[in-house]
Ligand binder design. Structure first.
Ligand SMILES: [Zn+2]
Length: 540
């Protein structure tokens, strides 16, 4: 028996005692339950590479020895966690064009790491539907999916209810163990860092403390906490559990989707999945089905700021929308001050949902948590937001999405000009006849005769459908800019090496691992198709 298991046993006895006091509900005696493990940011292609390289021995074992299969899945546009999870959890086509966007009708940005934004989106877009996690648990997710337990609810400790206190108390054993174990592992990582510093002082100081903070924060603390919390739920028979492991996504953003540091994190995730599997087997009477899936992949990118020395939002506002001759380029604020401002902003938003914001920060771009605020600029009724390999331009004089015909009248030549500028792959615009895609000044209708930048792809028909879906979202920009296949390569408008939101195969195609007998739609062409499948567990 490992120490983890001993702790879980103590936890189980404690939970049983609490139940006997009729303080909680006994697990259902019949019916199947599910655990969804999301490996954030892992494309089908990199997943296969990881399996082939022996980085996920347990998942390979599941596939070869335990009758599991890999089902391919396309996630649609944008290829991003919030859009994926809202679709899968509620079965609705979301109005979430990116990780950061502007809502013209509400006159404010939606930026997922910011307090309240995810909750507001969930409240307004889930439209009263039953979430697949109704009565269950969610860890590391953007939305609750109806879950009653999510680490989000740690904020409840401040305003306790009797039930909440008991639940918190029953988690104390687990928490204490996570703290002990993760502290030991942190010390080990710090020790290793010191050794590396001795061996390679230049390389290590350049990578610096941010890398170490990412590794310790995500890999050690968060994953340990999630794994033990899920194991505890499995023992308790919680009917629906969704856990999102962020390790790979965070490292792929920082270093690129195939970088060895990102690839290496797959083994740690694999180990956690193995631990959960063993727990599920031990309480086989709970009849858990395990799903391992991914919400999107990542594309290797060049940060735009490395091409142009400043962000796209500044270049567009200053070069395209500033009155001629009045162009003022303000010098960069000193780094230290920006860092302090970032930390202050993070602090001032404390209170409820802090944990969730932390998770969302990790999902998007951990370095930003360390000092940078998001890429957004506004001038004279034009707002520009860089969100990843995608950026949005909003003309605020109308609350509705504006079409190319209007933009051509108001800003003649602008859309073509932007599409020709450096670091731009293509520009999407709505028009009376459907979305138009502009590449280097050439306008494409995206129909059977003119597939634009997607013409050579075997999957062009589905990509064009996804582009239609994206441009049908009311909150998508009046211009939607992508950095894919720009003359300098793939470009991201936030400072990151791995990026996602776009239509490349690496971003669009992921997978679901499940038991061979389980019936899923074939092919899975959008995450909304997962919703009825998981909802059925709740009805039967
Ligand atoms: Zn990500």
């Amino acid at each position: 028996m490992s120490l983890d298991e001993l702790v879980l046993l103590i936890q189980r006895l404690l939970d049983r005692a609490i139940r006997r006091l009729r303080l909680g509900r006994a697990p259902l005696p019949s019916g199947r339950r599910f655990v969804i493990v999301q490996i954030d940011g892992l494309s089908h292609a990199v997943f296969e590479q990881g399996l082939a390289e022996g980085r996920m021995p347990f998942l390979r074992h599941l596939l070869t020895r335990h009758g599991y299969r890999v089902e391919p899945m396309a996630v649609g546009l944008p290829s991003s966690t919030p859009a994926f999870q809202l679709s899968a959890m509620y079965g609705v086509r979301p109005d979430i064009p990116g990780f950061h966007y502007h809502d013209k009708r509400r006159r404010s940005d939606v930026y997922f790491p910011r307090g309240g934004d995810a909750a507001w989106v969930e409240q307004t877009q889930a439209a009263g539907r039953r979430g697949i996690l109704d009565g269950g648990s969610a860890y590391g997710c953007v939305f609750t999916g109806g879950a009653v337990n999510n680490l989000w609810s740690f904020a409840m400790l401040k305003r306790p209810t009797a039930r909440g206190v008991l639940r918190a108390f029953s988690a104390v054993v687990i928490l204490a163990w996570v703290i002990v174990k993760a502290t030991v592992l942190t010390v080990v990582e710090l020790g290793r860092a010191v050794l590396r510093l001795v061996a390679d002082p230049v390389g290590e100081t350049r990578r610096g403390w941010k890398w170490l903070a990412i590794k310790i924060g995500v890999s050690v603390w968060v994953r340990q906490l999630f794994t033990l919390a899920v194991a505890r739920d499995v023992y308790a028979g919680v009917p629906a559990i969704y856990v999102n492991y962020l390790d790979y996504d965070v490292l792929a953003h920082a270093y690129g989707p195939r970088h060895r540091r990102a690839m290496r994190s797959l083994r740690r995730v694999d180990r956690s999945i193995h631990q959960l599997w063993r727990t599920m087997r031990r309480v086989s009477e709970h009849r858990y089905d395990l799903y391992v899936l991914s919400d999107h992949g990542q594309l290797h990118c060049i940060p735009y700021v490395e091409l142009e020395g400043r962000g796209l939002e500044r270049v567009l506002i200053e070069n395209f929308f500033a009155p001629a001759g009045a162009q003022i380029v303000s010098p960069e604020a000193p780094r230290g001050r920006r860092l302090a401002r970032g930390i202050k902003a993070t602090r001032s938003h404390r209170a409820p949902g802090m944990w969730q914001r932390f998770v969302n920060y990790l999902e998007h771009d951990f370095p930003r948590l360390m000092g940078e605020l998001p890429e957004a600029r506004e001038k004279d009724g034009v707002r520009v937001i860089g969100a990843g390999p995608n950026a949005f331009v909003y003309f605020l004089e109308s609350v509705d999405g504006l079409e190319l015909e209007w933009i051509d009248r108001r800003w003649p030549g602008l859309a073509d000009e932007i599409s020709r500028s450096r670091g731009i792959g293509f520009v999407l615009v709505r028009s009376a006849a459907g979305p138009v895609c502009i590449t280097r000044g050439k306008r494409h209708r995206l129909d059977r005769n003119d597939g634009g930048p997607f013409a050579a792809r075997p999957d062009r028909a589905s990509v064009v459908t996804y582009v239609h879906d994206l441009m049908a979202m009311p909150s998508a920009g009046d211009l939607v800019i992508y950095g894919h296949d720009a003359p300098d390569g793939n470009v991201s408008y936030v400072a990151e090496i791995g990026a996602h939101a776009g239509p490349s195969s690496d971003e669009l195609y992921t997978f679901v691992v499940c038991r061979r007998e389980i019936e899923l739609p074939r092919p899975i062409t959008h995450p909304v198709e997962l919703y009825p499948h998981f909802l059925e567990y709740r009805v039967a």
